[in-house]
Write a protein that binds this ligand. Structure first.
Ligand code: URA
Ligand code: CA
Length: 433
């Protein structure tokens, strides 16, 4: 087999065979196929697209390019939740303990944040002592015991995807739905999930800015998952404004605690109940989505979900007393209010720019090497549709430096107040199965 023929086949719109896709992925991973040929193929795929069979073949070839996590020692159906990334997205912190409280095993492999989106591990590490550097066996034992554990990314997972993603980044071939879908799904499948619930974000703060693109990506991922034998569904949810009120590590941990107590923001709570219902249903712990939702509401109301969160934190070395006393979490030195300059209604809160404002305070990483400040961030006081009076606070800025003019300017530029009442954005756009 020759790589040049594979490129030509795709260039001319012919379907690649399973063997051709495996040949390419194997050769690119081991270095026998050079970047220039891989680039040409990526560009041909960008223009010609991929059939459903090619997408499944590409995903599996990337899964097989490296290690695969074996979770077979964990009892029950392992359901993983994946979000395509958003601002202030605290759902993982809530969902882990929440579905674990219903005996759904959550074996989460997670990463650190980069850019304007925060990482689950960073958030959890704001709890003193909490750590994710645990051995695979300990991880499996913890999931069997507590039904929830988080481990840092380790091992050589999907090296083909790592190499290809970096290549796509510099060859203008990231924005291809089949390539994005295969990239995301290969990582989930290699991480050992039996079933997958996808939270595909849409709007200004999301990777996919329009509903049409988000739907297309969601459908592509759901088909790949189901075609390779993993029960997969997707929820398309709003990311035109940040989720919940808090953006920043400690602030989001507090928000997660509130939500597990049943006192969280309405949108975050609703999204967690929606995603959680699908997880419980796919794990076969409920017969209907309605029943699943009632069970989730039950473990929030009776305190079980919060108790599971405490056990989870202490089992991985964390000081669980922060749950009852969040003042023990790292605190910012300065709390500064961003005051509204006029009366009206909040009509826009551009999510990704708000995320960047939090990053300027030190809550997020500008580069992989940046050291983040866990205590700082933003708490929105108003969301889209809310009425506001001149002088009222729009946002509380939690900072460890006094001069936050740059942050204030960015916030004013990206929070719009209009004289007319604006409806709150729809939170759940569609569910795709
Ligand atoms: N995120 C991924 O993991 N892969 C892509 O290709 C794009 C976004
Ligand atoms: Ca939030």
């Amino acid at each position: 087999m020759r790589m040049v023929d594979i490129i030509e086949n795709k260039r001319d719109g012919r379907e690649l065979s399973t063997e051709e896709i495996q040949f390419f992925i194997k050769g690119y991973t081991d270095g026998s196929i050079p970047d220039y040929q891989a680039s040409a193929l990526m560009m041909a795929i960008f223009f010609q697209g991929m059939t459903e069979k090619e997408r499944a073949d590409l995903t599996l070839a990337m899964v097989q390019s490296g290690d695969q996590i074996d979770l077979s020692e964990i009892e029950g159906i392992k359901v993983d939740k994946h979000s395509t990334g958003g601002v202030g997205d605290t759902t993982t912190l809530v969902l882990g303990p929440l579905v674990a409280a219903l005996d759904v095993p959550v074996a989460k492999m997670s990463g650190r944040g980069l850019g304007h989106t925060g990482g689950t591990i960073d958030k959890l590490e704001s709890v003193k002592g909490f750590h994710v550097e645990i051995e695979n066996q300990e991880f499996i034992d913890l999931v069997n015991k507590n039904k929830v554990a988080v481990i840092g990314q380790s091992g050589n997972l999907t090296p083909a995807d790592k190499k290809l993603y970096a290549l796509r980044d510099v060859t203008a071939t990231v924005d291809s739905i089949p390539l994005i879908a295969a990239s995301i799904m290969s990582k989930k499948i290699a991480a050992g999930a039996d079933a997958i619930v996808l939270d595909v974000k849409t709007g200004a703060g999301a990777f996919m800015k329009t509903l049409d693109d988000s739907r297309e990506l969601a459908k592509a991922m759901v088909r790949i998952g189901n075609n390779v034998g993993r029960n997969t569904m997707a929820v398309i949810s709003d990311m035109s404004q940040p989720l919940g009120y808090a953006i920043g590590n400690v602030l989001e941990v507090k928000e997660a605690i509130d939500t597990l107590k049943g006192e969280g923001p309405e949108d975050l709570t609703e999204l967690c109940l929606t995603l959680g219902s699908h997880m419980v249903y796919l794990a076969k712990k409920a017969n209907t989505l309605k029943e699943a939702r009632e069970m989730l509401q039950g473990v929030i109301n009776d305190g079980t979900a919060l108790k599971v969160f405490k056990t989870f934190l202490s089992s991985q070395g964390g000081d669980a007393s922060v749950v009852d006393d969040p003042s023990k979490l790292p605190q910012a030195k300065y709390l500064i209010e961003l005051e509204a300059k006029e009366d009206g209604y909040v009509s826009e809160i551009v999510a990704d720019e708000i995320g960047t404002a939090a990053m300027l305070l030190g809550a997020g990483r500008a580069t992989k090497e940046s050291v983040i400040d866990l205590a700082v961030g933003l708490v929105l006081r108003k969301k889209i549709g809310d009425q506001v009076k001149k002088g009222e606070s729009l946002v509380t800025i939690y900072s460890n430096f006094e001069d936050v003019e740059e942050v204030k300017t960015k916030l004013y530029e990206n929070i719009t107040i209009s004289s007319k009442k604006v409806p709150a954005p729809v939170l759940i756009h569609e569910e795709i199965t």
